[in-house]
Design a binder for this molecule. Sequence first.
Ligand SMILES: Cc1ncc(COP(=O)(O)O)c(C=O)c1O
Length: 358
Amino acid sequence: MNFIVDPLAPEDRKPFPANLAFGRHFSDRMFSQRYTPDLGWHDAHIGPYRPLSLDPAAAVLHYGQEIFEGLKAYRRPDGDINLFRPWENAARFNRSAERMAMAVVDPEDHVEAILKLVSLEHAWVPDQEGASLYIRPTLIANDVGLGVHASHNYLHYIIAGPVGPYFAAGFKPVAVYVSREYVRAVRGGTGEAKTGGNYAASLFMAEKVAALGYQQVLWLDGVERRYVEEVGAMNIAFVYDGTHIVTPALCGSILPGITRNSVLKMAPDLGYKMSEERLDADQVLADIRAGRITEAFGMGTAAVIAPVGKLGTQDGAVPLNDNQPGPVATRLYQALTDIQYGRAPDPYGWICTVKAAA
Ligand SMILES: Cc1ncc(COP(=O)(O)O)c(C=O)c1O
């Protein structure tokens, strides 16, 4: 890909933050390119991180035609940097773009832009235990006008910023509330795409459950409000009898998580039975109460693996594994993060290593 790397002025350089929180700090540079019907993708640049200039009538601001991705770069013990499955991310980016009737990007160019940005921003990859550089590719509709139609013009940009360990207080279970009243997505809708509207739709319930002391919402299917789909920004799995991991089968309204897919591949190698099934929420709650389900955990880029400590319902909370991280979640977290941070070999071909820019 032909892109221009603009020099950084001294005022474009920021100090590395003393405290890493999620999504609060951004590195010095960003990637951007534009799409127009006559030129296609063009004007690819890596330059200083800057506010965007958008017309107030830009399509993205009115009809939400936008998609994004999230992936991480991890500091290896030898100082180089690992990216985890960036090609899967690029493929999902384009699937989301297609679903939202947007211009797709060249996946190779997209990954190359990420690799170049990470290599230039090498010093922004933290070396603190459990921390990483979070990368946020984004695509927005940039037509100016209020007609409701797919945009003809797009802006594709990639920003990155250092993030601390998700579990600042250690590998602690999260409290999850089962949403019976509100739904996140429906089959045939946009739940499979990583588009802002899905997240906007989730915020009302997320705020409600936060007031009750829960960190995440467990979403059920949008039609019968009965079958388990996913948790906030994570896929979910339940462990039966300590050995059998069951995750909801993808059905069109669940985001196909890359961490979920990695667990599906890895779990059998660690000696667990793994299956994708349709899970009735009432049956799940009954199985937890009966001790058949021994633990549950979320799977996603931000937390990697997040043990679930309790499921909240209108009839009260149902604890899981005495509100402690279970052995299966702990083992998977260890095994996956060992590959991501380069502490263990990667037998799956998931890792792409980047050297610091010369
Ligand atoms: C709604 C939703 N589900 C699941 C996931 C987990 O996906 P991944 O493992 O690719 O991060 C995410 C995060 O990206 C998400 O936003």
